[in-house]
Design a protein around this ligand. Structure first.
Ligand SMILES: Cc1cc2nc3c(=O)[nH]c(=O)nc-3n(C[C@H](O)[C@H](O)[C@H](O)COP(=O)(O)O)c2cc1C
Length: 731
């Protein structure tokens, strides 16, 4: 696992700010409702944007001779202040065209005032303002580091909005919502930071005031305000306030505070007496206030509320991800550079780490400096004298994901000192290429000048604690260290098991045929088609995995009965109402692509199992086509009635079967080659192809798909694989 500087920064920033960020987000959500609650008031009038001062001011002066000020607020409500005909104080919202009073300003909501104070200063004045400003700045940095993490994760800026691989709920939605709310959160953070800097005078915005040359003030020609050029030009939407002349003396003038400048106007001639632009900093402060509060636009206010809600979700999901990661992480006491014993692990599902950690613990307890890491993290180990490689094998003898870069890294980094090495392969005799990757690693080490083999390669079948114990004893002896890794402690399973009851099972007439077995899950069991069911046939460390089809609410497996096969034999001997202990392994990368409108499902043999469930679970939105391969019609017969029903219900659009031992003797590959135009169209129109079955079928089909893609779409199949349009679960 590559823990980047961005992830550390993202986490460190989140940890240092999450309490204040939570408070600012909650109060931010509440405050977003303030502009919304104001905007529904009925004080906005039609033609507001077109109404000029020339239309409004004469009307108002006539109706309210004692008017002193007109203000236009962010809701575009026009308010006047002054006194009425009886000399009483007047403050009201008016219709700027008729001067009619529309209502009176209500006192400010105490609740919103209280929340605003909390949001701005935590009720601790300047200290609070500083802390809130700092939080906004940290949020800005979190947003930047989060963006970098998404770019890294998606492998490039151009792929920023492509499909996200789903590991778990928290991780998936952290990234999905992160991408969606990135811009609003960035704006909230940037505007909040700016406002704080302005508040503390770090960004200065000097006050401007108009300098009027009183000697130059003229008292003629006398004009009607309706004819003043400036009044005819300026509309209400450009106005913040208009201060009316205090008396009728020519020395008293109109002061227009516009959005971008302040202008004073001779009340008799309409001449402009002074005009001064606001400093850029002041304009930016206004803009940032608009952006931060949503006061000018109801839709933006709603976006701000949703984005603030998302910040709360990010705090939760970010910590959930961190705790999960830390729970799985290797806890190293010594660094790679200072350790004498280096343990390199290649693991897909994590069990090999259990073995590695057991050895690591023992070495540390024996006072040795030891370091565990993934094979991909191979580097120079200056103090190393012993290296242990524990590597699982996947696919057709392939490395696990965390070891794919190992060979290149090994070439790149030469060790400065001789190092004794020992390789332990983890695999299963159930696969043709038993521990193949470990053998490759052993060969690669043997070619290194600095590498001295300390033991022959050892293999561990099916995570056997005994076999591992044998290696541990031999290695400890030649390395001259104490190593007491007990088979019992290694055999203990960490994950909780779940009991399932057999509902029904079909029968076979001979080994080599397949049967269907269905289990009843309890209501709280969370699974879907494509997940895996782990069973423990001998109630020991040996685990067998089967692809799940969710049919109705049951877990349905399709199993080929192998002569003497540990898992298949065990399952076949179960009867209705038998109860077994199992574990459901999430397999998110092979779930049905909910958004795809067209899906081609390809299987051979028992690989049809997850598709039976996916088709059964389907609504009618997606166009599903099934291409499946069997030996003969008899092998297909156990699935026939379910598939016929799916065809009748239109859950399945079409079925294409290849029989390899009957009729035309075809394989699924041949059917796909026949329908290559349709296959290419599906990929081009963002459809998805899913493969489940044997690895040889996978290799054949992928080679064909690659040819089709290159010939018809001008791209390699890897392009569609990396865009989540080709999903595979073969074994
Ligand atoms: C889908 C799948 C493919 C596998 N392929 C092979 C294989 O080709 N050769 C092999 O020896 N073991 C194979 N195995 C067995 C694993 O290597 C073995 O269970 C190992 O202990 C798993 O270690 P991990 O949990 O650390 O990933 C495979 C297991 C699975 C689930």
């Amino acid at each position: 696992m590559t823990i980047s500087i961005w992830r550390y920064s993202h986490l460190a920033l989140a940890v240092s700010s999450f309490l204040l960020l939570t408070l600012a987000s909650v109060t931010g959500i509440i405050l977003a409702f303030q502009p919304l609650s104001e905007k529904v008031l009925p004080y906005r009038t039609d033609n507001f944007n077109e109404t000029t001062l020339a239309q409004t001011l004469p009307v108002l002066r006539k109706l309210y001779p004692e008017i002193s000020e007109l203000t236009v607020d962010k809701n575009q409500f026009v308010q006047i202040k002054g006194s009425d005909a009886e000399g009483k104080k007047l403050q009201a919202y008016i219709d700027p065209q008729t001067g009619r009073i529309l209502g009176y300003p209500a006192p400010k909501s105490e609740f919103f005032e209280w929340v605003t104070a909390l949001h701005r200063s935590l009720f601790i004045h300047e200290t609070g303002r500083f802390l809130i400003g700092l939080t906004a700045f940290l949020l800005l940095l979190i947003t930047i580091s989060g963006t970098m993490l998404i770019i890294q994760r998606q492998r490039g800026l151009r792929r920023f909005f492509t499909r996200i691989v789903r590991d778990n709920f928290a991780q998936y939605y952290h990234v999905v919502l992160g991408r969606l709310s990135l811009i609003p959160i960035f704006i909230i953070a940037l505007s909040g930071t700016y406002l704080s800097l302005a508040r503390f005078g770090i960004i200065e915005s000097p006050k401007v005031s108009a300098e009027v040359d009183f000697d130059a003030i003229k008292s003629e020609p006398v004009k009607n305000p309706a004819d003043f050029e400036i009044f005819k030009k300026v509309t209400l939407s450009e106005i913040q306030t208009v201060e009316f002349p205090f008396s009728e003396d020519p020395e008293d003038y109109y002061t227009l505070k516009l959005n971008d400048r302040e202008v004073t106007v001779n009340q008799i001639t309409g001449d402009i007496l002074s005009e001064v632009n606001y400093p850029t900093a002041a304009m930016l402060t206004e803009l940032n206030l608009d952006l931060h509060t949503g006061r000018t636009n109801a839709i933006w206010a709603v976006i701000l509320a949703v984005a603030s809600g998302n910040i709360l979700f990010f705090i939760y999901s970010g910590f959930a991800m961190t705790f999960k990661r830390r729970a799985n992480r290797v806890k190293n006491k010594y660094t790679a550079r200072e350790s004498e014993f280096i343990i390199l692990v290649g693991s897909e599902n994590g069990s090999t780490f259990g073995f590695a950690n057991a050895v690591h613990k023992q070495l540390i307890a024996g006072g040795k400096s030891a370091f565990v890491t993934e094979l991909n993290n191979y580097q120079v180990f200056p103090k190393a004298s012993n290296m242990i490689v524990m590597a699982a094998t996947y696919g057709l003898g392939n490395p696990p994901t965390n070891a794919v870069r190992f060979a290149a890294q090994l070439e790149k980094h030469q060790q400065p000192n001789p190092i004794r090495f020992s390789v332990v392969g983890f695999g299963s005799h159930g696969y043709p290429d038993f521990c193949k990757f470990a053998f490759e690693v052993d060969n690669l080490f043997a070619k290194q000048k600095w590498a001295i083999p300390s033991l022959e390669i050892h293999t561990v079948n099916d995570k056997s604690p005994d076999e591992f114990g044998q290696w541990a004893a031999s290695w400890a002896q030649q390395a001259g260290v104490e190593l007491a890794v007990s088979a019992d402690s290694l055999a203990a399973r960490q994950e909780p098991l779940q009991e399932l009851t057999v509902v029904r099972k079909t029968t076979v007439s001979a080994a080599g045929e397949s049967f269907l077995i269905s289990f009843r899950a309890n209501e709280r069991t969370n699974f879907t088609s494509g997940d895996l069911l782990a069973i423990y046939p001998a109630n020991d460390h040996r685990e067998r995995l089967y692809s799940i089809g969710k049919v109705g609410n049951n877990i349905q497996l399709s199993v080929k009965l192998h002569e003497g096969g540990l898992g298949s034999d065990y399952l076949y001997r179960l009867n209705a109402e038998s109860v077994i202990s199992t574990r459901i392994v999430g397999n998110e990368h092979f779930h049905f692509p909910e958004k795809a409108t067209s899906v081609i499902m390809i299987s051979n043999g028992t690989g049809i199992a997850p598709f039976l469930g996916m088709i059964d679970q389907r609504n009618l939105n997606a166009n599903c086509r099934l291409y499946c391969g069997f030996r003969d019609q008899a092998s297909f017969s156990i699935y026939k009635s379910a598939i016929d029903n799916n065809l009748n219900d239109k859950k399945l659009a079409s079925l294409h079967i290849a029989y390899s031992r009957e009729g035309e003797r075809q394989y699924v590959r041949d059917l796909l080659a026949r329908d290559e135009v349709f296959v290419a169209d599906t990929l081009q129109n963002n459809g998805v192809i899913m493969l489940c079955g044997s690895l040889s079928m996978q290799n054949n089909v992928i080679a064909l798909l690659d040819d089709i893609c290159q010939a018809r779409l001008g791209k390699n199949i890897s392009y569609y694989q990396s865009h989540g349009q080709v999903l595979m679960d073969c074994y």
